[in-house]
Design a protein around this ligand. Structure first.
Ligand code: NCD
Length: 286
């Protein structure tokens, strides 16, 4: 069976720990492990980090990328279906990294693909490879542990796919508790983990937070709300806490916080390449 990666549900804990340990060992170094392998980056939604990260990971491992980063300039504009585009690209490469604006698109693609599909975000569905690097960031910071943490998620929890996927993952490890901070209209819509607390006031939960996961308001999915965490709020986090953000950042975190050692969002981007190199090996060399 083709090892598609459609959801965090496809990632077993031991697979992840192994991937993270290998990523820690390789640290993004160049190699030839994916020599003669080709992936297609097929992106129906904007992307800076995810598409470039897959590109960089593939090149660093000696492989090649067919970049379809703007489907406006592909036959999609002529009316080609997702299925036919997938069937076509599957003839030319060893794996397809797909970002799409419709939830379930990756699953639909996997049904007709003869090569592995990696879901790089499907509407307000999931974003499992972001979760791999988010999980790695936490694992790396807390001495290879991902248990017994208080995780505070803030922002557009209704439409943020990175939050949905990360909560799924963290909920599988023991002792974690969750605070969901958002206005009523952008509340987390999924089944809440057992140890959850919901509030609209972040000041209630900053104290004792180990991981603050900040997200953008997804205006393209109809969300309306603007917020900005203050330096005072961020500074009140415990000294060994970490602040994460999948990016892009709009107004949520002041740039002046970037030099604080707790700010991990640029590390996340770097770790994304480390993790995707190993993920691509695991998917393409199977
Ligand atoms: C996120 C996404 O596309 O879901 N970005 C990313 O992949 N790093 C977050 C977002 O768009 O807000």
């Amino acid at each position: 069976m083709i090892p598609h990666l459609l959801s965090v549900d496809d990632l077993k804990e031991d697979f992840l720990i192994d991937l993270w340990d290998e990523a820690l060992k390789n640290k993004g170094k160049n190699n030839k492990n994916l020599k003669n392998k080709i992936i297609t980056n097929l992106f129906y939604e904007p992307s800076t980090r995810t598409s470039s990260s897959f590109y960089s990971a593939m090149i660093r491992s000696g492989g090649t990328v067919i970049p379809i980063n703007n489907v406006k300039f592909s036959s999609v504009t002529k009316g080609e279906s997702l299925e036919d585009t997938i069937r076509t690209m599957a003839c030319m490469c060893d794996g397809i990294v797909l970002r799409h604006d419709q939830i379930g698109a990756a699953k639909k693609a996997s049904a007709v693909s003869s090569v592995p599909i990696i879901n790089a975000g499907d509407g307000n569905g999931e974003h499992p490879t972001q979760t791999i690097l988010d999980g790695f960031t936490i694992y790396n910071h807390f001495n290879k542990s991902i248990n017994n943490l208080k995780i505070t998620m803030v922002g557009d929890l209704k439409n943020g796919r990175t939050v949905k996927s990360l909560v799924k993952l963290l909920n599988r490890f023991s002792g974690n508790s969750f605070c969901f901070v958002s206005p009523e209209e952008l509340k987390f819509n999924e089944k809440l983990p057992i140890n959850s607390y919901e509030t609209a006031d972040i000041n209630e939960v900053l104290n004792g937070t180990n991981v603050l996961y900040v997200t953008r308001v997804q205006k393209e999915r109809g969300s309306i709300y603007d917020y900005e965490l203050s330096m005072e709020q961020l500074n009140s986090l415990p000294k060994d806490a970490i602040v994460m953000h999948p990016f892009p950042r709009v107004t949520e975190i002041p740039v002046s916080f970037d030099s604080d050692p707790r700010a991990k969002y640029f590390d996340q981007i770097k770790f994304g390449i480390w993790c995707r190199q190993i993920l691509l090996e695991k998917v393409l060399l199977k």
